[in-house]
Design a protein around this ligand. Structure first.
Ligand code: NAD
Length: 261
C-alpha cells in the first residue's frame, strides 16, 4: 500500500453525504483532510469525527465555493496549515427542481454558480498551488446527468454536462504540471439531496413517491439498486491515486447500468 501520510485532500461540500464519505475513504488511507462546506460548524464537526476515527489531521473550512473570496481565503488557510494540496474533489452541489419554462433566474444562477463557477474557482486555485509542487489530481463530481437528461432538472443537467468540458480542459492544460483531472458520475445515491427530491418530484410529476423511486430514479438500472456513497468514494480514490496520465480527462459512470458508455 503506498504511503499517503503527508498528502492532503480537499473535498468541497463534504460536511455530509457523498463528500463526507470521500473524506473518510482518503482518511482511511492516511491522507490529511480538508472539509469545506457552507457552514464552519458543520465542516468542523465532520472534520473532528474523521480526525478522531482515522487519527489523521483534518480541518473544517467555511467555503461557499461560489464566492471567489471565500475560496481564496480557504486556500490561504490550506497553505498555512499544510503547505500543499494533492487531491481536490469538486463535490459541492445542490438540486433545484423546476420545469424549464418556469425556472426562476435566481435558482438557475444558484445551481450554475455552485457547480460550475464554484468548480472553476476551486480548480483554478488548486492548479496554482499544485503546479508549484509535485502536481496533483482534480476530481469533479458529475452525475449520470453529465451525459443524460431528465425532466425538471435543466440547470443541474446543464452544469453537470459542462463539468465534463472543464475536466477535459484541465486535463489538457494540467499535464505539463503533472496535474490530472477526471469526472466521476454517479446515479442516484441516498443522500439528503436525493431524499429531498422524492416528494418534490412526486408533486411535480403527479405520481406517488414509490413510483418516483422505482420508475424515475431506479427505472433504468439493471437491478433497481441505489449507488452507494462507498461506491462513489472508491472510484474517486482510484482516479486520484492512479499513477500516470493514462487516466486523465476521463469520465466514469457509477450507476448500476442506468447509463452505459
Ligand atoms: P448533499 O446535499 O447531501 O451534500 C451536499 C453538500 O454540499 C452539503 O453539505 C452542502 O452544504 C454543500 N454545499 C452546497 N452548496 C455549497 C456551496 N456553494 N459551497 C460549499 N458547499 C456547498 O448532497 P450529495 O448527494 O452528497 O451531493 C454531493 C455531490 O454529488 C453533488 O455535486 C451532487 O450533484 C452529486 N451527485 C449526487 C447524486 C445523488 O444521488 N445524491 C448523484 C449524482 C451526483
Amino acid at each position: 500500500m503506498p504511503n499517503f501520510n503527508n498528502k492532503v485532500c480537499l473535498i468541497t461540500g463534504a460536511a455530509r453525504g457523498i463528500g463526507a464519505g470521500i473524506a473518510a475513504r482518503f482518511a482511511e488511507a492516511k491522507y490529511q483532510i480538508v472539509i469545506a462546506d457552507l457552514r464552519l460548524t458543520d465542516a468542523a464537526e465532520t472534520a473532528k469525527k474523521i480526525a478522531d476515527k482515522y487519527q489523521v489531521k483534518a480541518i473544517g473550512l467555511a467555503m461557499d465555493v461560489s464566492h471567489e473570496g471565500e475560496v481564496a481565503d480557504g486556500f490561504a488557510t490550506i497553505t498555512k496549515e499544510f503547505g500543499r494540496v494533492d487531491v481536490v474533489v469538486n463535490n459541492a452541489g445542490l438540486q433545484i427542481i423546476s420545469s424549464f419554462e418556469d425556472f426562476k433566474t435566481d435558482d438557475w444562477k444558484k445551481v450554475i454558480d455552485t457547480h460550475l463557477n464554484g468548480s472553476f474557482f476551486v480548480s483554478r486555485a488548486a492548479m496554482q498551488m499544485m503546479k508549484t509542487g509535485a502536481g496533483g489530481s482534480i476530481i469533479f463530481m458529475g452525475s449520470v446527468h453529465s451525459v443524460e437528461a431528465s425532466a425538471k432538472k435543466s440547470a443541474y443537467i446543464t452544469a453537470k454536462h459542462a463539468m465534463l468540458g472543464m475536466t477535459r480542459a484541465i486535463a489538457k492544460e494540467g499535464a505539463k504540471y503533472n496535474i490530472r483531472a477526471n469526472l466521476v458520475s454517479p446515479g442516484f445515491v441516498k443522500t439528503e439531496l436525493t431524499l429531498k427530491q422524492i416528494p418534490e418530484q412526486a408533486k411535480n410529476l403527479k405520481i406517488s413517491e414509490k413510483e418516483v423511486v422505482e420508475n424515475i430514479m431506479l427505472g433504468q438500472t439493471v437491478d433497481k439498486e441505489f449507488t452507494t456513497i462507498e461506491d462513489v468514494a472508491e472510484v474517486v480514490f482510484f482516479f486520484a491515486n492512479f499513477p500516470s496520465n493514462a487516466l486523465t480527462g476521463q469520465s466514469l459512470i457509477i450507476s448500476h447500468g442506468w447509463h452505459m458508455q
